[in-house]
Ligand binder design. Sequence first.
Ligand code: NDP
Ligand code: KPL
Length: 347
Amino acid sequence: MAEGDKTIVIAGAGSIGCYAGGCLALAGRRMILLARPRVEAALRQGGLRVSDLDGHDRWIKPDALVVTTDPAVALPKADVILVTVKSGATTDMAALIKAHARPDAIVVSLQNGVDNADRLRGGLDGPMVLAGMVPFNVVQSPDGELPLRVHRASDGKVMLEDGGAGLISLLGVEGLAVEAHGDMRAVLWGKLLMNLNNALAALSGLPLARELADRRWRLILAGQIDEALQAMNASGIAPARIAGLRPALLPKVLRLPDWLFRLLARRMLAIAPEARSSMWDDLQRGRPTEIDDLQGAILRLAEKAGTSAPLTKRVAALVRTAEQENRGSPGLTPEQVNVRPYDRRSA
Ligand SMILES: NC(=O)C1=CN([C@@H]2O[C@H](COP(=O)(O)OP(=O)(O)OC[C@H]3O[C@@H](n4cnc5c(N)ncnc54)[C@H](OP(=O)(O)O)[C@@H]3O)[C@@H](O)[C@H]2O)C=CC1
Ligand SMILES: CC(C)(CO)C(=O)C(=O)O
């Protein structure tokens, strides 16, 4: 694939879409951002600031960005479509791609959850669909701040399903490390284990680094991961390593005392102090969260496998309540989440 000839469309320019699209545009790739009017207006007015925890801080001026709210303008030009909408919008985005994109386009899901690539496949006849996984967090500037800024708040390589010839060199640019992986199903289930923390960060309202540094929250995450691993084992799913750790070790490491965790899990705590989870973003903005694709996926798996997952169920219920109340993060304490307490190793 000759990089200069290819047009990449970001289907849903929010935190991940603007970060990936910004890095690609800065590397000279031909980019189109398909965005909502709020994002389009901000980008047209102030351009896009792309920064990261390694100290890079770059700005793309407004007239160097191609941004539209019209799928009929963006999608027919796409050779590669990076789907970066939240899980609840995947089916609608598949319908737009089906209506407007060429059948030879390559569609890549850069979403959390284990079902989005399949949802896209189900909604599309022609295009090749590949699963992807974004390991890092991106913080978006508050509404109204110009230029709109996307800040990569942690590290890691984007994993992509093998498939598109030349895709890795097309998408792997400065700020966006990309690697092919032969077993994306395992990668997505592995990422899901860590994403069980999104809800805890959202319910606590704490930045990820502070929340993960507190053993009381880690015990709740460890308890959910135990339940998830039980359901996965019973279903024949072997999740890939996370943050360099074998999944079975994760709960053990999370249960370590704070001082030892800080020492051994530096990689997990290497997060910019302002980073929260994408689910916290959703609660704050009054949007539906991805709870049904994260905790919900584990609960469906556990039900099918006949394993139990009471802590995961409670966390999911608390997030649904917070969604309905629509007052942002409820700022819960670990004791308010882990009332029973479900994790008997918490003493
Ligand atoms: N944020 C993060 O740090 C990380 C996120 N992820 C995953 O990446 C995916 C994307 O997350 P994130 O970037 O945070 O999500 P965002 O909500 O920030 O971005 C998605 C954007 O797509 C827009 N959108 C939805 N439908 C359309 C449409 N038809 N046309 C144009 N724009 C549309 C949304 O607008 P609106 O809200 O108005 O519908 C929103 O602005 C999720 O699955 C998430 O879990 C993975 C790793 C880290
Ligand atoms: C924080 C992170 C990177 C991992 O849980 C994430 O995937 C998210 O915010 O959605």
